[in-house]
Design a protein around this ligand. Structure first.
Ligand code: GDP
Length: 281
């Protein structure tokens, strides 16, 4: 989470990922199910080249289930394996090793056909900060996981973790940078908490989120904060009044209202909401 992305850091992150990619058969691209488009690294296709890819949508406990289903279908149509998980509660995680094994099968068979020694299918997790990479690796590894010994070709300190179906997982994830150029993607990333507080204005993000919700889910704010659907008063003022967030002279404290709205959204208190609509919607 503490990464500031400068061109030098991006070049280094890309190089590190490409080094580790050489060791694996399948890339697990981890995305936020609320943001399957905005939480992708902009150069993901270039970085992963032709490695078979399993897209894993995480934090599905916070996303709209119907939209998650449509996103899975779309990724499948793009020729990628796709699964939905909730790493925080371990849901869906058990499907991952079998999916990796399926996607790696052709490569493993090719090695055997070339007379190479059989070896387990290998994978690594790749994604932007805060999508839940560590949590997924921990959920996959579990208590029973056996760590295999250091092997040549693996950066010192990194290890393979043995999963079900004989699949091996690199225990450290690949970290790539998020989208910067796209204003809307940046707002969505900030709204979900994927970007550090220091680099955006919470009020600006909260106003954006409230506007987006009013357009896409017009009942959500009025129901949560018992306020008029189209009242003239700005949303943050109304939330401040409803929640008793008042400053000197009893004036609505818009800054605290912004923090409150963002916190409630991130905790799922406004419902299970997907910010990136599936393509074709
Ligand atoms: P990383 O930076 O990609 O390694 O992300 P982390 O594994 O550190 O997770 C980032 C944040 O997302 C943490 O606060 C986690 O508790 C939270 N998180 C991860 N997975 C899930 C999930 O499936 N559901 C929910 N609600 N939160 C999650």
């Amino acid at each position: 989470m503490d990464i500031q992305w400068y061109p030098g850091h991006m070049a280094r992150a890309k190089r590190l990922v490409q080094e580790n990619l050489k060791l694996v058969d399948v890339v697990i691209e981890l995305l936020d199910a609320r943001l399957p488009a905005s939480s992708r690294n902009p150069l993901i296709d270039e970085v992963t080249r032709h490695k078979p890819r399993l897209v894993v949508l995480n934090k599905t406990d916070l996303a709209d289930p119907a939209e998650t289903a449509r996103w899975l279908l779309w990724f499948n149509q793009q020729g990628m394996g796709a699964l939905a998980v909730d790493a925080a509660h371990g849901r869906g995680v058990r499907e991952v090793p079998a999916a990796v094994q399926r996607l790696a099968a052709a490569r493993i068979a090719a090695l055997a056909a070339a007379g190479r020694r059989p070896r387990p299918p290998r994978c690594m997790v790749l994604g932007i900060p805060n999508v839940g990479k560590s949590m997924l690796i921990n959920a996959l590894a579990g208590r029973a996981a056996t760590r295999t010994a250091n092997r040549p070709g693996v950066t010192r300190g990194q290890q393979w973790v043995r999963l079900a179906r004989g699949v091996e997982l690199l225990d450290t994830p690949g970290v790539l940078w998020p989208k910067f150029g796209d204003q809307e993607a940046a707002m969505k990333l900030a709204a979900t908490g994927a970007i550090r507080e220091e680099v955006y204005q919470p009020e600006e993000v909260a106003v954006w989120l409230a506007g987006w919700l009013r357009q896409r889910h017009p009942r959500v704010l009025p129901e949560r904060y018992a306020m008029a659907e189209n009242a003239g008063e700005p949303v943050l003022e109304q939330i401040a009044v409803k929640r008793g967030l008042l400053g000197p002279g009893g004036r609505p404290d818009v800054s605290r209202a912004a923090g409150h709205l963002l916190k409630e959204f991130r905790e799922g208190k406004l419902g299970r909401i997907t910010l990136d609509p599936p393509p074709g919607n």
